[in-house]
Design a protein around this ligand. Structure first.
Ligand code: ADP
Ligand code: ADP
Ligand code: ZN
Length: 220
């Protein structure tokens, strides 16, 4: 990896591959924030901002929000002080235009992507993971009804907030659309990072702690 004191990591994987789960663990380990574009959009939606209203129809359909909107949101997020030592990108970039935009945004700040990690999970496992997913309304931590249940049903272990099921995780048609989009749009981004020599792959069909260990090995 480039010898920089700032660590910018991109996590890739289909919806349900465990990006959010792993990003949270990396955030705790390295003390750098997770930047999840889906969480940022949902936050804007909840607060009824202009950006949220713009994003809503795309999110409801399981489609990508336009690149200019998404890139501007990421750029603004990177201007906050907590990214001084780096960040973990989860759910961004999702197409090669966003990947180029991220390189430019980071270059303006004297940074660069140090490693792109692809979490590879078999297709069959993804639907089970998504339909059983529950998210903390307060801190966005993710759980799974069977694979990663909270200690107390319906309550976040980290902050005590209430857990809920995302609307787009209830609708198997929307899930199919998101997975199709992922394979159409995001796989070329993985090839792009591979050609840049930045890609590392991990086997995401293992238990959560084991996947984390593999990622940390690839980052060291
Ligand atoms: P993504 O951010 O890639 O969409 P999440 O981190 O939200 O994925 O994980 C999707 C669901 O799968 C969640 O319910 C999570 O608790 C569960 N999960 C994550 N990693 C694993 C794993 N290695 N094994 C089993 N279930 C997992
Ligand atoms: P999932 O990983 O299950 O698709 P996310 O939480 O990452 O869920 O994203 C939810 C929605 O937010 C997406 O369906 C899409 O509409 C929008 N979104 C998230 N990240 C991006 C991105 N990088 N570019 C465009 N739209 C995005
Ligand atoms: Zn919480």
């Amino acid at each position: 990896m480039p010898t920089t004191s700032r660590l910018f990591v991109v996590l890739f994987g289909a919806q349900g591959s465990g990006k959010g789960t792993q990003a949270r663990l990396l955030q705790d380990r390295y003390g750098i924030p997770q930047i999840a574009t889906g969480d940022l959009f949902r936050h804007n939606l909840k607060n009824k901002t202009e950006l949220g209203q713009l994003a809503q129809s795309y999110m409801d359909r399981g489609e990508l929000v336009p690149d200019d909107v998404t890139n501007a949101m990421v750029k603004a997020r990177l201007e906050r002080d907590d990214t001084a030592r780096g960040a973990i990108f989860d759910g961004y970039p999702r197409n090669t235009a966003q990947a180029r935009a991220l390189s430019e945004i980071l270059a303006e700040q004297g940074g660069e992507v140090g490693r792109a990690i692809y979490i590879d999970v078999s297709h069959d496992a993804l639907m089970d993971r998504l339909t059983g997913r529950r998210v903390c309304r307060n801190c966005q931590a993710t759980y799974h009804m069977i694979f990663n249940p909270p200690q107390s049903a319906g309550v976040c272990d980290r902050c005590g907030g209430p857990l809920y099921q995302r609307d787009d995780d209830k609708d198997t048609d929307a899930i199919d659309r998101r997975l199709q989009l992922y394979f159409d749009e995001t796989l070329p981004v993985i090839d792009w990072y591979r050609s840049e020599g930045l890609l590392a792959e991990v086997d995401g069909d293992q238990e959560i702690a084991r996947v984390q260990t593999e990622i940390v090995e690839k980052l060291s």
